[in-house]
Design a protein around this ligand. Structure first.
Ligand SMILES: [Zn+2]
Ligand SMILES: [Zn+2]
Length: 362
């Protein structure tokens, strides 16, 4: 199969022939129909997070099951699925206490003595799988607990977005922060994940949803997707602006970029008792600084991992939201391309030109 190979930070991915292994007992091979290009893929290409090359990146994907291992009963060839990097074992403390997104059990990974999942066709050397998915490729080899079966009338390019960005943003609002109906919300960053958080806040029934960004076109899209107010942080102090709009601060704020300064802003614009949720990937080693006195008025700050998902429950629900017109996905796809366009997709994302590029396969 063809796959886009990551050779290390600050280098273009190259399209190469890769062999995918046969599924082991609880694994499935999925033919990739569509993959979104997510900001976290870019973090690795930019060297902000480490990952050993050579590897196939990509983790926001949907496709059709081709082959299943002998113990797989959950899906059969022909089933439509969304992949999720929150692969769960089903038996550890996190899984059994209702927080499967925090499962780190090695049970769902291949062992050291097992063959690699991916190899270069030219010399048989190992290619690393990223996030247990590696979707910048024509096929994916996944543990059965890394997929959710979805209805076949759901378009797979839009289903792919649910696999990471939408789950992360909507889930941060609904699962992690549990936004209350009638409350005030500020979302910092109106890229793919921020737009999804805005939609999550709208679905939750927030009264006021303030989108903060520095790119005008993103703020316009934020309004289309549910923001009631916008703040252009390139010309206004966002903390002051949010405090003024709300008369003292928001009940919930979300950081959807991955910057220390923005995480601090998200915390500083909270009303007493408010909760800031950091969704973005703040570069490894960076410290977030907060005014100690703020904690006396019960301001809280928390992380969110993949929208605190229970993805086999959440993703089919989000598809129903989409079908009802409550979750807008078509509007979030700014650009489409083929696997060969992956480097251009990274460039456009870095330049702030797109909410999402979706790459599709035949
Ligand atoms: Zn992602
Ligand atoms: Zn587990």
């Amino acid at each position: 199969m063809k796959a886009a190979i990551y050779h290390g930070p600050h280098q273009d991915l190259t399209i190469e022939d890769v062999e995918i292994d046969k599924p082991m007992a609880r694994e499935v091979v999925v033919r990739t129909a569509a993959t979104g290009v997510c900001h976290s893929d870019l973090h690795f290409v930019d060297g902000l997070y480490p990952f050993p090359p050579p590897a196939v990146l990509g983790h926001e994907a949907a496709g059709v099951v081709e082959e299943v291992g002998e113990l797989v009963h959950y899906v059969k060839p022909g089933d439509h699925v969304i992949a999720c990097l929150s692969v769960f074992c089903g038996t550890c403390d996190y899984c059994t206490s209702g927080r499967p997104n925090l499962c780190r059990s090695p049970e769902t990974r291949r062992g050291e003595s097992d063959p690699p999942k991916l190899r270069f066709a030219k010399d048989g050397s190992t290619v690393n799988q990223f996030a247990n998915i590696s979707s910048f490729a024509e096929q994916m080899l996944l543990h059965e607990n890394a997929i959710v079966k979805v209805r076949e009338d759901m378009p797979l390019d839009r289903a792919a977005l649910i696999g990471c960005g939408v789950m992360t943003g909507v889930g941060a609002a609904l699962n992690t922060a549990k936004v209350e109906p009638g409350s005030n919300v500020a979302v910092f960053g109106a890229g793919g994940v921020g737009l999804a958080a805005i939609q999550g806040a709208r679905i939750a029934g927030a009264a006021m949803i303030i989108a903060v960004d520095v790119v005008e076109s993103k703020l316009a899209l934020a309004k289309e997707l549910g923001a009631t107010h916008i703040v252009d942080a390139s010309s206004h102090d966002p903390v002051e602006a949010v405090r003024e709009l709300t008369g003292g601060g928001v009940h919930y704020s979300f950081e959807a970029i991955g910057l220390k300064d923005v995480a601090e802003q998200a915390f500083n614009c909270l009303a007493a008792g408010g909760t800031a949720t950091v969704i973005g990937m703040i570069p490894v080693g960076q410290k977030v600084e907060l005014d100690g006195r703020s904690f006396l008025s019960e301001r809280k700050i928390q992380g969110s991992s993949m929208g605190s998902n229970r993805f086999r429950i959440d993703m089919p629900r989000y598809i129903e939201f989409y079908r009802q017109g409550r979750l807008k996905l078509d509007e979030m796809i700014t650009r489409r391309g083929r696997l060969e366009d992956v480097n251009e997709a990274f460039r456009a994302m870095k330049a702030g030109e797109v909410a999402r590029t979706v790459l599709t396969f035949d």
